[in-house]
Design a protein around this ligand. Structure first.
Ligand SMILES: [Zn+2]
Length: 245
């Protein structure tokens, strides 16, 4: 994994700040693992992709994540913390490339959804319900009924929801949630955690802070932004101290 220099981080931010979350996730991973192509990362199961993002977050900003969410009843904000190391340990053997679900007399093999699958579904389906069904359809590998192969179209509609549930549960890291209880009104709820959004917000904050530093140093010394971002951190901090910031 390549450490991100200040210059590489600002370039990553510049390339990704107008992109959607899937593309941002891909850009971050490709920026720190130069051996992976865009296509390879898009083809990774979502849980594996998010495991890589959590690992990158841990290396860039530390292990502890401090998050907030609003109580759905009284809207008071609750803060919660978790360790990335602990989360990765708890979920390390739970990701499967394919699962086999037994429902009634059907056996359905479902592959883990990837970013490519989600992108395809987002571009072709309009509502959340049709998107969920479309994602399931893309990920069904085979269906048998009482031992005989049948088409996925022949699955009863009533099985869609439990099959989607099984698909989501098999990719636990792609749907991280934390149980919270409101300190104000006692309501309990499940707070979602989106690693792409969380990490991108931190990259956005850091890149803007670096550019403010570039602005201050360039205004005094006349160096280019590229030169300033390549100055080692300790020396850059010294120059900032010299100009009184
Ligand atoms: Zn509350």
């Amino acid at each position: 994994m390549t450490p991100l220099t200040s210059l590489a981080l600002v370039e990553l931010w510049e390339q990704g700040c107008y992109l959607g979350p899937i593309d941002q996730a891909i850009r971050v991973i490709c920026a720190v693992d130069l051996s992976l192509s865009d296509r390879q990362v898009r083809s990774l199961p979502l849980a594996q992709r998010d495991r890589m993002l959590l690992d990158i977050r841990s290396r860039l900003f530390g292990d502890l994540c401090t998050c907030t969410d609003r109580c759905p009843h009284c809207a008071v904000v609750s803060e919660f913390e978790f360790s990335i190391h602990d989360l990765l340990e708890q979920t390390k053997d739970q990701e499967k490339a394919e699962i086999l679900v037994h429902l009634e007399d059907y056996k359905v093999a479902i592959k883990a959804p990837t970013s490519l699958d989600v992108e395809q579904v987002l571009s072709s389906s309009k509502t959340d319900v049709t998107r969920t069904s479309a994602l399931l359809s893309r990920c069904i590998v085979s269906v048998t009924r009482a031992g005989a192969a049948v088409s996925a179209d022949q699955l009863p509609e009533a099985l869609t929801e439990p099959l989607v549930q099984a698909m989501v549960e098999a990719q636990e890291l792609a749907d991280i949630r934390f149980g919270l209880t409101c300190g104000e009104c006692g309501t309990g709820w499940s707070a979602p955690f989106d690693i792409t959004r969380f990490l991108w917000d931190e990259i956005d904050y850091l890149a803007r802070r670096l550019l403010h530093e570039v602005h201050r140093l360039a205004s005094v010394y006349g160096w280019t932004d590229r030169d300033i971002l390549l100055i080692p951190l300790r020396r850059r901090a010294f120059y900032l101290e010299c100009i009184g910031t």
